[in-house]
Design a protein around this ligand. Structure first.
Ligand code: ADP
Ligand code: MG
Length: 330
C-alpha cells in the first residue's frame, strides 16, 4: 500500500531541469545511443529532446501521455526496477503544465505524433521522422503564472539543465549526449559528450574528463571492489585534489545519479584521516547490484536510495577507498 501511495503522490515538474531529467531518462529507458537536448530561455519557452531509441508505436501514443501509464512495470514488483521511469507520471505531468508534442517512430512502423495542451490530448497524426522520438515542450507553466514566477533567471535555469545533463552523462558513458542553447533562434552547443568506447574504466575516464575535467582524472585513483553482491567502480580523487567545498562528489546506483546522505557520509569517513579539516574529497563512484538489494523508490525525485543492507554499502565504500588511498601511500 505504501508503494502505491508513494506513486500516487507522484512527481511534480517544478522547473525546466526536472522536465529535462524525465525526458532524457525516458530516452535512456528506450535504449537511445544518441540524445540531443535543446533548450531556449532556460527551458522556459522550449525544451526538446531527440533520441534514437526504440520509439513509441502510433497506437500507444495516447497511452504514453495518460496519467499512471507506464510500459515499464506492471506494478506487482516495485522493488525490482531496472529502468529509470516506472510511475508513468512524467509525460502526463508535463502535458498538464506545458504545450507538449511527441513525434515517434517505432521499428518497422510509421512515424506519428500527438500533442497535449492544458492536459487535453489531441489526435494521433502522421509525422515525418526517420527513427526514435522527439519530445518538444513549449511554454512551460504558461497556464500557471504563479509557478512561472518561482522560476529563476534564464541563466540559472539553463545552468540547472546543464547540471542534469552532465550528471546523466556521467551515469551513461556509452551514450552520446548534446545540450544546445537555442535561445532567440540561435544555436550554441553548451555541452557535448560523444559516446565513449573501450572497457568500463576507459569509458569512465573519458566521460569524467569531459564532465569533471582532465585534472580530476589525472589526480584520481581507480576504485574497484565487491562485497555481498554490491559492486563498486569508479574514480576517487587524491587527497591533494581535495576541494574547499563538498562539490564534485558523485554517486550512481544501478546507473542512476543519486544524492544519498549515507553514501556521502561514507566518502567523508574514508578520507577522514588523510584530509585536513575543511577539505573535501572529489569522487565519481558507481555502485551496481541486483535490483532487489536496493530500493530506488524512496523519494519521487528518485535521488535517494535505500539499500537493503546499508551497512554493507557503507562498509564497501569506506574500505575500498581506504584501501586505494593506502595503496597510493596515503
Ligand atoms: P515512465 O517513464 O514512468 O514509464 P513517462 O510518463 O515518463 O512514464 O512515460 C510514459 C511512457 O511513454 C513510457 O513508459 C514509455 O513507454 C513511453 N515513452 C516516453 N518517452 C519515450 C521515449 N523517448 N522513447 C520511447 N518511449 C517513450
Ligand atoms: Mg519516464
Amino acid at each position: 500500500e505504501a508503494a502505491v501511495n508513494r506513486i500516487a503522490a507522484g512527481e511534480v515538474i517544478e522547473r525546466p531541469a526536472a522536465a529535462v531529467k524525465e525526458l532524457v531518462e525516458n530516452a535512456l529507458d528506450a535504449d537511445a545511443r544518441r540524445i540531443e537536448v535543446a533548450q531556449a530561455e532556460g527551458g522556459k519557452t522550449l525544451i526538446r529532446v531527440t533520441d534514437d531509441g526504440h520509439g513509441i508505436p502510433a497506437e500507444d501514443l495516447p497511452q504514453a501521455v495518460a496519467r499512471h501509464a507506464t510500459s515499464k512495470i506492471d506494478g506487482s514488483d516495485l522493488l525490482n526496477i531496472a529502468s529509470y521511469g516506472f510511475r508513468g507520471e512524467a509525460l502526463a505531468s508535463i502535458g498538464a503544465v506545458a504545450r507538449l508534442s511527441i513525434a515517434s517512430r517505432a521499428a518497422g512502423a510509421e512515424a506519428a505524433e500527438i500533442a497535449v495542451e492544458g492536459g487535453r490530448v489531441g489526435q494521433v497524426r502522421p509525422a515525418a521522422l526517420r527513427r526514435g522520438t522527439v519530445v518538444e515542450l513549449r511554454d512551460l507553466f504558461h497556464a500557471t503564472p504563479a509557478r512561472l514566477k518561482f522560476l529563476r533567471s534564464d541563466r540559472a535555469e539553463a545552468q540547472a539543465i546543464g547540471d542534469v545533463v552532465r550528471r546523466l552523462a556521467m551515469a551513461e558513458p556509452f551514450v552520446s549526449l548534446t545540450l544546445t542553447d537555442v535561445s532567440g533562434g540561435g544555436e550554441k552547443v553548451s555541452f557535448r559528450a560523444d559516446a565513449e568506447t573501450g572497457d568500463l574504466f576507459d569509458a569512465l575516464a573519458g566521460r569524467l574528463t569531459r564532465v569533471l575535467g582532465a585534472e580530476f582524472v589525472r589526480n584520481a585513483l581507480r576504485v574497484e571492489a565487491e562485497r555481498e553482491g554490491l559492486r563498486l567502480t569508479g574514480y576517487a580523487g587524491l587527497p591533494t585534489y581535495s576541494r574547499g567545498a563538498a562539490v564534485a562528489q558523485h554517486f550512481f546506483v544501478n546507473g542512476r545519479p543519486v544524492k544519498d546522505r549515507m553514501l556521502l557520509g561514507a566518502l567523508r569517513a574514508a578520507y577522514m584521516d588523510v584530509l585536513p579539516a575543511g577539505r573535501h574529497p572529489a569522487a565519481a563512484l558507481y555502485i551496481d547490484c541486483p535490483a532487489e538489494l536496493v530500493d530506488v523508490n524512496v523519494h519521487p525525485a528518485k535521488s535517494e536510495v535505500r539499500f537493503r543492507d546499508p551497512g554493507t554499502a557503507r562498509g564497501l565504500v569506506v574500505s575500498a577507498l581506504r584501501h586505494a588511498l593506502a595503496e597510493a601511500g596515503h
